[in-house]
Ligand binder design. Structure first.
Ligand code: ADP
Length: 163
């Protein structure tokens, strides 16, 4: 029931209720999209994240959006890809499902995702896209979800997965 659309761009520019951050389990800020979100949201984000005392892989925790044009940032640490036999698919699906749950709990109607785990964490892109698309489309809530692909390869892979 959740509606899904795809755009190419920088998730820190997204205007809506919430963006999702591909975080790490320490919620300490890192590289990739996490670094971009921390830079754009400002130093208050780091202070808020430290008060959450980390987040297990596949779960999701919420902070305000601070300097970003969203009310909330939903932080979810994706699985680090090893060989696929360490529950990576299940954990990646949980990232999307738990992030969507946090969005609904906080009264969000519009939420944007980056492609979780397919950067530094090395999850095979085509497989990750299938999981993302199916988890979002199966999620039963009136949400408008935007996948924000940062590069052309990611955009094309999501386009294919969305059919
Ligand atoms: P992970 O550690 O979960 O793999 P990364 O941040 O390394 O997370 O990469 C996840 C995806 O986010 C990659 O496709 C990367 O290109 C993308 N990305 C990086 N910066 C941004 C941004 N500003 N907006 C949207 N996506 C981004």
């Amino acid at each position: 029931m959740a509606d899904l659309k795809l755009i190419k761009g920088d998730i820190t520019q997204f205007k809506g209720d919430a963006i999702v951050n591909a975080a790490n389990t320490g919620l300490v800020g890192g590289g990739g999209v996490d670094g971009a979100i921390h830079r754009a949201a400002g130093p208050q984000l780091d202070i808020a994240c430290r008060k959450l005392h980390g987040c297990p892989t596949g779960e999701a925790k919420v902070t305000p959006g601070f300097n970003l044009p969203v009310r909330f940032i939903i932080h979810t640490p994706g699985p680090i890809w090893r060989d696929g036999s360490f529950e990576e698919p299940k954990l990646l699906r949980s990232c999307y499902e738990n992030s969507l749950k946090r969005a609904v709990e906080n009264g969000c109607q519009t939420v944007a995702f980056p492609s979780i785990s397919t950067g530094i964490y090395g999850y095979p892109l085509a497989d990750a896209c299938q999981i993302a698309v199916s988890a979002i489309r199966r999620f039963n809530a009136p949400l408008q979800v935007t996948m924000v692909a940062f590069d052309e390869t990611t955009y094309r892979a999501f386009e294919k997965a969305m059919g």
